[in-house]
Design a protein. Structure first.
Length: 438
């Protein structure tokens, strides 16, 4: 295995850390000595600081003087790409390694040397237990509209209409007449209702409301005009902002439900739809992390009411239920203040959100009350990267779980010194142990 050690001043203290001494040996020297003792002798140290190269040469390894590169690496050690572009391919793996370890134990080097590349994966990276956790994050959004969607069904005795369940509704005081149908007209001063005796084909696109009592109503829509391409409208809302933009259709009689999004907002990556299921007054998760309504998620499309509608898959709903739907716009940095701050949701990370108890650990099944309750999650720590033989990149590769073999980096394997705080901790520990301070 070939070892490449970049030591570039991406911060003003980086070279100083490499040359900092512990027990009369520099951190760089300790790292090189540990590698050589493990029979890893093909070592190249690159730097823009001659003092670093002199120290490396003193330990008998190859050195490479380079001008300070752009240092644009995200996952690799800064300066690594500048070195890799100048090196020839070799028939053994190439490891890019951090320069400063107070200890570099054999068990870590064994794991590094035994990495198995398979299924086209050509890169391995070290990861460390993250000190922070996604359950702490919040999401800034602009709430464009929110409403309640009631499920629709066909009444056997009224085969030409779609009916919603009855729901609580405060009718105006002068409204009366059980069984009467009302058309709602929205005006700047509020909603006004007028009775209608028109047949269903003459109702508005939002249907009519049936009076079931002074505090009870249901939505009635014509079946004709709300079926197309084997899809039937399966939910309706009273919100006049959402109704022209988002509707819910069902494929077949008992098929899956889909979000139908008007072409005026569909296929825009900044928009998403969040869904909750309403059960006895509680909001239960359905798609609270958001359904993206961009090109990648399109399941079907049709024209309805003279407009183009794009269909997007939504989570399976076991039985008809009332939904709370939010149309949100992702808040862009520099675009002013967001109007809603939401807890960040993710299908990964080992937690779920509870409307009352907050984040719940899926591993323990209990609320996460502090850092001690964080489910384990790992992040790339840039301590080491291993490239398969013949796969040195010309630019930093894109990283995904499918393209990388992870090497879990535990504190017992090695002790990296990445900043002056780490160095202070190390030296303080040496004092406590009674060892000589450098």
């Amino acid at each position: 295995m070939r070892i490449v050690i970049p030591v570039f001043d991406f911060s003003t203290q980086n070279s100083q850390l490499a040359l900092a001494q512990i027990d009369n040996t520099t951190l760089l020297g300790r790292t090189i000595s540990a590698l050589i003792s493990f029979q890893l002798t093909d070592i190249i140290v690159g730097s823009d600081n001659p003092k670093v190269l002199v120290e490396a040469a003193r330990h008998g390894v190859k050195v490479l003087l380079q001008e300070k590169p752009d240092l644009t690496e995200r996952y690799l050690i800064p300066g690594a790409m500048g070195m890799l572009r100048t090196l020839p391919e070799v028939p053994v793996p190439t490891a890019v390694l951090w320069h400063g370890f107070s200890e570099l134990k054999n068990d870590f080097l064994i794991r590094l040397s035994q990495v198995s590349f398979r299924d086209g994966i050509k890169l391995a990276l070290t990861v460390a237990l993250s000190k922070d956790h996604p359950c702490q994050l919040s999401e800034s959004v602009n709430l464009l509209a929110a409403g309640v969607y009631f499920p629709l069904h066909i009444d056997p005795s009224l085969k030409d209409v779609l009916l919603s369940p009855s729901f609580c509704f405060e009718w105006p005081a002068n409204t009366n007449g059980p069984g009467m149908l009302f058309i709602r007209n929205a005006t700047p001063s509020g909603s006004h209702f007028r009775t209608t005796s028109l047949s269903p084909e003459h109702w508005s696109a939002d249907g009519v409301m049936e009076y079931l009592g002074c505090k009870e109503a249901r939505i009635v829509l014509p079946l004709s005009g709300n079926t197309i391409k084997n899809y039937t409208l399966s939910a309706a809302t009273l919100d006049r902002r959402l109704s022209p933009l988002i509707r819910i259709w069902r494929h077949g009689i008992n098929g899956r439900s889909f979000l139908a999004v008007n072409s005026s907002i569909a296929l825009q990556s900044a928009y998403s739809v969040k869904l909750w299921r309403i059960d006895q007054g509680d909001l239960l998760p359905l798609a609270q992390s958001g359904i993206a309504i961009d090109q990648a998620g399109v399941a079907d499309a049709f024209n309805h009411g003279g407009e183009k509608w794009w269909l997007f898959s939504m989570p399976e709903i076991e039985s008809p239920c009332t939904l709370s739907l939010w149309l949100v716009q992702q808040h862009a940095e520099g675009s002013g203040l967001a109007n809603v701050l939401l807890p960040w949701e993710s299908e990964k990370g080992g937690f779920v959100r509870d409307i009352n108890d907050g984040p719940i650990s899926t591993q323990e099944g209990s609320p996460i009350l502090g850092r001690q309750g964080f489910p384990p999650i790992y992040e790339f720590d840039s301590l080491a990267a291993l490239f398969a033989p013949g796969s040195l990149p010309k630019q930093e590769p894109k990283i995904s779980p499918e393209s990388v073999v992870s090497i879990i980096q535990h504190p017992t394997h090695c002790y990296p010194v990445k900043n002056r705080i780490d160095l202070l901790r190390l030296r303080t520990g040496l004092r406590i142990e009674g060892r000589p301070e450098p």
